[in-house]
Design a protein around this ligand. Sequence first.
Ligand code: URA
Length: 199
Amino acid sequence: MPDITWDLLSQQVEQCRLCPLWQSATHKVPGQGDPHAPLMLIGEGPGQREDEEGLAFVGPAGQLLTRMLSAIYLPRDRVYICNAVKCRPPHNRTPLQEETDACKLHLRMQFVLVRPKVIVLLGSTALKAVLGQDHFITRERGIWIQRKGVWMMPTFHPSALLRDPDKKRDAWKDMQSLQSKLMELQLYSDIYGPLMTPS
Ligand code: URA
């Protein structure tokens, strides 16, 4: 078994044929950000803009995500952002379970490489891909659980907030809870360097 490296991950994602989604993808979208970020965010899958650019969360949902992160003093480039599937599903449909299952190989490698202390699961697809099909976003959003020493919290996907602004109040509570968790674990100093933490 070769050592897990970022080069191996990019190669593996680039050459992946484990599900049919590669056939219609313009670019694979592995994810991006700080390779050793204490915080990882996982979305659903690339949309049109992401597919065109090969970068995660650069379309309208991504712009909202950037604003949500900066509201709790998190610059986007200091966290790691990726998706449950690395190829755009046709017409932005929800990825099928067999597609998220196939793509877990890459996500597991990302966990090993980044070693995040906190993971935010953006929406139902990410929640089910990481914690299992018997998890439900409406029931579990905002609730922290710890798995193998890593804190995880599901929250609404930013696209759901764009479709239904009534969800924004709960999403804001979740962002505040994320801020508290990062402060409790003293991770803002990892994110900014030792001299700056929000008061
Ligand atoms: N939605 C996602 O889940 N991921 C992206 O990268 C963009 C939109």
